[in-house]
Design a binder for this molecule. Structure first.
Ligand SMILES: [Zn+2]
Length: 344
């Protein structure tokens, strides 16, 4: 049984995104209750710390960070039509970025083999100088940059299975060979980015891997994309740390997404990434919550991921039997990546 750090806090409920808003405090409450009810040995609860301004500025401009800080105590400020603050948003957003940092620190320090950070607000749409899509600070991107700049790692992998493309994360590392960004997402869909030919630029060419998919794809299609595209490239990249932008809005019950992933699908994706982390980086892996707007889907999927994180990495990884609809996407993506990554 692997030891997993479970980073969460009921203070994540203090950010109110709007009177009626899918990104609501109950999302975290549901996940915390699920984790508390889970009788899993080796689960180490950890209280997140707040990210410092300097840590936020690893990914965000100083003027933008100051603009978010200025909303502290304000009744409401609208960054975009979907992204509103409440009086506690600044503190909760720094605690969300800090939650991702707490997770990587627990793993790097040896307190746990891997980590699951249940945080909100989410992060992957946040770009350097703008909040958007319910996101203020890019929690996973800040953790990735901290791993590189503060902890001296050379190669960090981010896998983003949220139903939306993580435009913020992609943009922050688009020309970087130190952070590889991989995304499976519904397409075309919000926020509009994540086309198959967005593969990175300059030194980062080949270090962005997009698998845009039509609605209705489910476990088999996702797993084919993992097995035939993402994992082979990730192996070549040979990461020193695996970060997961874990949105559960590709679950079949989700009200915003149009995908059909089940709990078994999340478990199987986690198993593949855990095996990769075992091969490449002594299990070092942190899963960070992004989207997911159906409470039951969140609890069920979160439980599957949390239980899987505890299992040793030598469990079988059965290949998907169906999912042939994913083959054209794999072929088109490999058209761009085969030469760069010398895949067989
Ligand atoms: Zn999402």
């Amino acid at each position: 049984m692997l030891k997993t750090a479970l980073v969460s806090d009921r203070r994540y409920m203090l950010h109110v995104a709007g009177r009626v808003h899918p990104e609501r405090p109950e999302r975290v409450e549901t996940m915390i209750e699920m984790a508390e009810g889970l009788n899993r040995p080796g689960l180490a609860p950890l209280t997140p710390r707040e990210a410092t301004v300097a840590e936020l500025e690893l990914c965000h401009g100083a003027a933008y960070v100051a603009a978010v800080e200025k909303t502290a105590g304000m009744q409401r400020f609208d960054f975009d039509p979907d992204t509103h603050t409440s009086p506690a948003t600044w503190r909760v957003a720094t605690l969300a970025a800090g939650g991702a940092l707490t997770a990587i620190e627990a793993v790097l320090g040896g307190a746990a083999r891997n980590a699951f950070a249940i945080v909100r607000p989410p992060g992957h749409h946040a770009v350097a100088n703008r909040a958007m899509g319910f996101c203020f600070f890019n929690n996973v991107a800040i953790a990735a940059r901290a791993l590189i700049e503060r902890h001296g790692l050379k190669r960090v992998l981010i896998v983003d299975w949220d139903v939306h493309h993580g435009n913020g994360t992609q943009e922050l590392f688009y020309d970087s060979a130190a952070v590889m960004y991989m995304s499976t997402h519904q397409y075309p869909f919000y926020p509009g980015t994540g086309a198959i030919d967005e593969v990175g630029a300059g030194a980062g060419r080949g270090y962005t891997v997009n698998a845009p998919m039509p609605a209705t794809f489910g476990d088999d299609e996702y797993l084919r994309i993992f097995d035939s595209l993402l994992i082979p490239i990730a192996r070549r990249f040979n990461p020193e740390f695996v970060l997961v932008s874990a949105g559960f809005d590709c679950h079949y019950r989700d009200p915003l997404g149009g995908m059909r992933v089940t709990e078994a699908g999340f478990l199987a994706m986690t198993r593949r990434l855990k095996r990769l982390a075992a091969e490449c980086c002594a299990d070092r892996m942190a899963v960070v919550l992004e989207g997911g707007y159906d409470l039951r889907a969140l609890a069920d999927s979160g439980r599957a991921v949390l239980e899987e994180l505890g299992r040793e990495a030598d469990e079988p990884v059965p290949a998907p039997v169906a999912g042939g609809r994913a083959i054209p996407i794999i072929q088109r993506a490999r058209y761009f990546h085969d030469r760069l990554w010398r895949l067989d």
